[in-house]
Design a protein around this ligand. Structure first.
Ligand code: GRG
Length: 278
């Protein structure tokens, strides 16, 4: 699937303006496109035409991009570099960056609602999208992160990562299952895989933050600057690495048990994420 083309097409109907320019600036700045790829790979594993997932893949990447724009703002992490470019508020200005995030979040739901999948599936998928992104999902995780205590334990940090990172990785897995006609119990099993994947992914991010340069990562390392507690600072690098590999292995083990699902492509994708250098 050509994710870059799908993203540009998804915003093509939006009125030209400075805010649209700012939305496109961040949406088309690259990024690993992990979340849309997860959705397409789940559909493929269930033998469904991945094209069915296009509006939802675009919507999830728009929500992810909005969260990065807002997270980089001076009121949050105050970062200068993202996806190898100046952050949105550095390139434009703070007010435009706030609007670009608002625009991407809102347009994501317009895009998802324009899906031609059966209406019952579209409604279930949109409900998942809002739950995973909103104040019971990623926004809750960001709130926990902002109010993190200085004596946080590994369990506290696990909870932050479950919501802040896991929810937006669960969304494409769960929506893939919905579009494949699976019931809520199966969707919930995918949710749990997303939680594990999110924790593994975030531990890996923490490791990369101390082992790679900002130039290699294409983003500033504000966690170190803000002296955030991370899994690495709590467990040490070696134990954190072992925990990360165990979590990725557990994801693959669970996926292999899903009925009617051909897991090779998704397992290969998870192994590629596990081997990532940024
Ligand atoms: C502001 C509502 C709100 C939420 C912010 C996503 C987020 C929550 C903050 C961004 C900082 C961060 C480390 C979040 C954890 C999720 C994460 C690892 C995001 C980066 O995802 P990648 O690596 O990014 O997939 P690319 O740029 O490759 O798409």
């Amino acid at each position: 699937m050509n994710i870059e083309a799908i993203l540009v097409k998804a915003l093509s109907g939006v009125t030209d303006s400075r805010v649209k320019e700012s939305m496109l600036y961040s949406l088309t700045a690259g990024g690993k496109r992990i979340r849309p790829n997860l959705l397409f790979t789940v559909l493929e594993g269930y033998g469904i035409d991945p094209a069915v997932g296009e509006p939802f893949a675009a919507a999830i990447e728009m929500i992810h991009t909005y969260s990065l724009i807002h997270d980089d703002l001076p009121a949050m992490d105050n970062d200068d570099l993202r996806r190898g470019r100046p952050t949105n508020h550095k390139q434009f200005d703070e007010a435009t960056a706030i609007l670009a995030g608002d625009g991407l979040l809102t347009e994501a739901f317009h895009c998802a609602a324009s899906s031609s999948a059966p209406a019952e599936q579209v409604v279930r998928a949109i409900r998942i999208l809002s739950e995973m992104a909103g104040p019971d999902g990623m926004v809750y995780g960001q709130c926990l992160d902002m109010n993190e205590a200085s004596d946080s334990t590994y369990d506290d940090i696990r909870k932050v990562h479950k919501y802040k990172t896991g929810c937006l990785l669960s969304a494409p897995l769960m929506i893939g299952a919905v579009l494949a006609g699976k019931d809520d119990s199966v969707v919930e099993e995918w949710h749990e895989v997303g939680d594990l994947l999110g924790l593994a992914f975030q531990i890996q991010d923490d490791i990369l933050d101390i082992t790679a340069t900002a130039e290699q990562l294409g983003k500033s390392n504000s966690d170190a600057r803000n002296e955030k507690i991370t899994v690495v600072s709590l467990l040490g690098e070696e134990n954190a690495r072992t925990e990360m590999h165990d979590l990725y292995a557990e994801c693959r083990r669970r996926i292999a048990t899903f009925g009617g699902f051909e897991s090779n492509s998704l397992n290969a994708m998870i192994s590629a994420i596990e081997a990532r250098a940024k």
